[in-house]
Design a protein around this ligand. Sequence first.
Ligand SMILES: Cc1ncc(COP(=O)(O)O)c(C=O)c1O
Length: 394
Amino acid sequence: MIPYGRQSIEADDIDAVVRSLKSDWLTQGPELEKFEDALAQQCNASFSVACNSGTAALHMAYAAAGIGPGDLVVVPANTFLATANAAIYLGAEVRFCDVDPDTGLMTPDTLRDALDDRVRAVIPVHFAGQACDVAAIKELVCDHCPRATIIEDACHAIGGVYADGSPIGLPNYASMIAFSFHPVKHVAAGEGGAVTTDCALLKERLAQFRCHGMTKAKDQLRRPDEGSWYYEMHSPGFNYRIPEAACALASSQLAKLSESVAKRRLIVERYLDQLDGLPHLSLPPRSHLNTSAWHLFCLHIDFHALGLSRTDVMELLRTDGIGTQVHYFPVSLQPFYQDRYGHQDAQFPGAMAHYQRALSIPLFPAMTDTDVDRVIASIRKTLAGDSTVMRRVA
Ligand SMILES: Cc1ncc(COP(=O)(O)O)c(C=O)c1O
């Protein structure tokens, strides 16, 4: 079975983890610092604060931005649950905005109507690894709600670039950018996440929130003379610390990021060449080839015109040993959010149109040429309406 995504763990990754396990530190040691430095360097950011998931990274970033009860956080309907849920954790409310039906991205046009004075944060999600137009989003947000903070959800996008060529994660358009290091992502830590920022105060808040809200900073202590062991907590945080072994793995993977993104791009190029022109199929824009980090390769199939349901197509591909996944059912229609806000099925037509056609096919650096050929052949056969295929479905 070729899955839709898979980590690549090589001998040097294993050596790095083993070295960290043999060291004196299992958590909060030198591997954390090394990984945070390397990530900040990758993103040209002044700081990065690592944690144990992308979800934790978003939660930390929203908390550091001061999001709290009654605040509104604008999130695109096409994303993973965590982008929205992190606002709920803080007692804030989520306002969904629509996305472009072809790219699945928040754009200034899909965002505009969601902005007003109550909005405290806007979260562009670099879906599938493609960069949102954050320069235009920033301009719009500054005009309509200058109090709002922009926090990018770049959980899909490390290794990609913005339209100006700078690396995703550079805190130029947003004050913070959140990443995930889950196994299907470019940098696998097992579980892991991080936030980049250029602001020393935000960095301090992120680090405190990661560790129960604890501080030892003398200038913050109510009782500064208790001794060097002493810490205080002025606002509760969580335990979002990431183990040293995960940092060692993440550093080793990060060192190979450009190589692994290049491999993804080669696979994408073959998909774009060899799936082009098939009936009922739209491919991601070729113009994204060298800018997207290509976390996902998301096909758009007109299942109705094809005469097969998505479930049929997934099943047919599965029979050929090809794994697929769907990114995403609109989060606005998850029962929790639909009940909370009374969303109608047709309320975010761009997200719905994206969802109805979406199918992510295998894309990961360890795919061999034979794997890619198998995926292409199976999709060609399925979309060509091969009669044997139809019989199997029937
Ligand atoms: C867009 C997006 N945001 C946030 C997350 C949460 O990351 P994690 O699984 O590391 O908590 C994910 C995970 O897949 C994601 O896809």
